[in-house]
Write a protein that binds this ligand. Sequence first.
Ligand code: SF4
Length: 310
Amino acid sequence: MKEWNGLPYYPISQFYKERFGEKVYKVPVSTAETCPNREGLRGMKTCNFCDVWGSAAYPEIRERSLREQIDQNKQKMAEAYHAKKFLVYFQAYTNTFEKSSRLAEQLEIAFSYEDIVGAVIGTRPDCISDAVLKLWEGWARSRFVAIEIGVQSFENQQLEWMRRGHSSEKSIWAINKIAVECPSVNLGIHLMFGLPGETDQDVIKAAELVNQLPIQNVKLHNLHVLKNTPLAEDYQMGRFTPIDREVYFERCRLFLQHLSEKVAVHRLAALSTRADELIAPDWTARKMEMYQHMIDYMRAQNSWQSQNIR
Ligand code: SF4
């Protein structure tokens, strides 16, 4: 059985340790205020799973300046974990939807801190302008810059159901474009499992596609139902049933078995940072318990990342 620091998959924490020589901590900040879906661009609608906070970890801090957010979150992490090095995580909404000059100013601020060793920027495949690519590559030549693209699925039918407003082809285009125009950038994607009609074969296909594309890391989410989302209505009307824990574990296992050992993995399931907003499934609320069960499941099945790659 292959292991990475005792785990059956290559965790992003190990990648960070190899890259920075010590543990680094993500400092989430909330600076973007909206996204193309929320603005109704080209008739788009809010993604069916997205709450009003646009995936922000700490939406209550978004009224504060970027410096205040960084200072506050850095301090919390230093106290809790004795953290010394940080990555600023531009997480909420779409961080490249507004003018690139805004992100340029924010990166200037973030990189003015000595202990901020990199930036992680979340965005969508259809918000990648030439100006943004230039900005990323400019910083990435001297600093660690990671881009996280919300791909969610490589199946167009699933993307339509989620109301993402972009296709699988657009995601593949964005991934290739970033790799060519920004060779110094670290590139990752988010994928969601537990979508209606999804099969084991779909997740194996997704892993094989990730292996073929210039993707360096993935973040996995199970589709969960949050209050005040279109999906909550579907759930209440019986039109959507969240994936069972065991089925989700099996999908992750299959995905990891077919995933290249070169691709680092951020996390294995979605976590609702605002527990009171989670409607279902309840197993996703218990972070450490769920994580440990997933690892135990992989071990019990004698499975590890890249095991099924010939
Ligand atoms: S998931 Fe992202 S793109 Fe979709 S509505 Fe929420 S913030 Fe916008």
